[in-house]
Design a protein around this ligand. Structure first.
Ligand code: NDP
Length: 433
């Protein structure tokens, strides 16, 4: 903590991983000899830069840009860009640290990184977004490359932003280097299923956790927080697998619709018209909008946090368990506080931590890189099948590792140990770098 003062989310993410690793260091003493723990907690490189831009009225604004290149032992740095006013170094470092382990779990050759800015895209015009993205990339481009560092989207960065970012990269470098960014549009190097991948993948992970318990998603009542990219495609796949989603949200409030959330309407409001979730209630009189409401108080059997970090605290976790929740699949990164995680683990419900459960997005980004490298594009069905296989494999690997280390059913330990061993072995093999 003294070395990285004030980076609370980063401390939280590191503590959670290190707490799992005791038995690993006993089994593999070479990791201590090579100081893997000390090295893995220190990013290989951190870049912080000024992002000046002008709004539509000509006023000048200055934001701060970040890229934390955490670890490239198993592949080029890979991880999204987040544009949100809460962004500071501690958030980007926590996300980069988690990303490293998540990427290792996918089985794809990708290292860990993360970036973003404290820029707030809300209420900005398309032209303002474009000018910001161009300014951001004018510094970031020199650190990127398909063999070096490959960003993608995250909160506040979707298809529109990635288009502007890729356009500026291409212009500055004079290279159509498709695999330098993922999450691209289908007409210019993107992969089918990438948009859906994180949400779909998280649902597949829950499906697998329930399968172990001889249960399924069929007929389950679900709650999904957020109404962005991950939330929308989580709802879509839950619906396809026969579950019913009764609530979703944004940072202003929650929508409760007992009949089942009307996904076409959410897509229209959020993806097309960029409006607030409150407007949902003006279309459905039987739906209830609660400004500032707590979505975890809505009774459900399956909870899928898909908004942001630390959105479920210990009290929320207790409420969920009390109301009959049997499974939690984290679409968001670190959405549950440590005391909340403890509640889920103590209650022995099926708890899929983000590192494992939301790895489908980055895995499909790696599939996008594969398609770019071979100048090919796969159809939806084929790509989705690959995503399903990857998620099923992650479930199997994390489940079996937990068993091996005497923590049956504990996917936190399973995910942390499986991925740590993979990265640590590569770091040992590559020498002291
Ligand atoms: P989006 O920007 O598309 O959506 C984010 C959603 O979460 C919005 O509904 C937003 O509401 C809500 N939200 C964001 N911040 C807060 C907050 N502080 N409090 C309450 N609600 C909030 O982002 P994504 O769907 O892409 O990302 C959601 C989560 O999933 C993040 O944790 C991200 O790191 C994680 N993730 C995303 C991946 C991807 O492929 N996109 C991959 C793996 C993980 P509002 O509009 O009001 O801000």
């Amino acid at each position: 903590k003294a070395r990285n003062p004030g980076e609370n989310e980063f401390h939280q993410a590191v503590k959670e991983v290190l707490e799992s690793l005791g038995p690993v260091l006993v089994k593999y003493p070479e990791f201590s000899h090579h100081k893997i723990i000390e090295r893995i907690c220190e990013p290989e490189r951190q870049i912080i830069f000024r992002v000046p831009w002008q709004d539509d009225k000509g006023a000048v604004h200055i934001n701060r840009g970040f890229r934390v290149e955490f670890n490239s032992a198993i592949g080029p740095y890979k991880g999204g860009l987040r544009f949100h006013p809460s962004v500071y170094l501690g958030i980007i470092k926590f996300l980069g640290f988690e990303q490293l382990f998540k990427n290792a779990l996918t089985g794809m050759p990708i290292g860990g990184g993360k970036g973003g800015s404290d820029f707030d895209p809300k209420g900005k015009s398309d032209n303002e977004i474009m000018r910001f993205c161009q300014s951001f990339m004018t510094e970031l481009y020199r650190h990127l490359g398909e063999y070096t560092d490959v960003p993608a989207g995250d909160i506040g960065v979707g298809g529109r932003e990635l288009g502007f970012l890729f356009g500026q990269y291409k212009r500055i470098t004079n290279r159509y280097e498709s695999a330098v960014l993922t999450g691209k549009g289908i007409g210019w190097g993107g992969s089918l299923v990438r948009t859906e991948a994180t949400g779909y993948g998280a649902v597949y992970f829950v499906r697998e956790m329930l399968k172990v318990r001889k249960d399924s998603l069929e007929g389950k009542t679900c709650v999904v927080s957020g109404s962005g990219n991950v939330a929308i495609y989580t709802i879509e796949k839950l619906n396809q697998l026969g579950a019913k989603v009764v609530a979703c949200s944004d940072s202003n409030g929650i929508i409760v619709h007992e009949k089942g959330i009307d996904l076409d309407l959410v897509k229209k409001l959020k993806e097309v018209e960029r409006r607030r979730i409150a407007d949902y209630a003006t279309y459905h009189k039987d739906a209830k909008y609660i400004a500032g409401g707590n979505i975890w108080e809505v009774p459900c059997q399956v909870a899928m946090p898909s908004a942001t970090q630390n959105e479920i605290n210990g009290k929320d976790a207790k409420t969920l368990v009390k109301n009959g929740c049997i499974a939690v699949g984290e679409g968001a990164n670190m959405p549950t506080t440590p005391d909340g995680v403890k509640v889920f683990l103590d209650a022995k419900i099926a708890y899929g931590p983000g590192k494992a459960a939301n790895a489908g997005g980055v895995a499909t980004s790696a599939l996008e890189m594969q398609q770019n490298a071979s100048r090919d594009s796969w159809n939806f069905e084929f790509t989705e099948k690959k995503l399903d296989e990857i998620m099923t494999n992650i479930h199997t690997a994390t489940y079996e590792t937990a068993e091996e280390f005497g923590a049956s059913g504990n996917y936190v330990i399973g995910a942390n140990i499986t991925s740590f061993i993979k990265v640590a072995n590569a770091m040992v093999a590559l020498g002291l770098i």
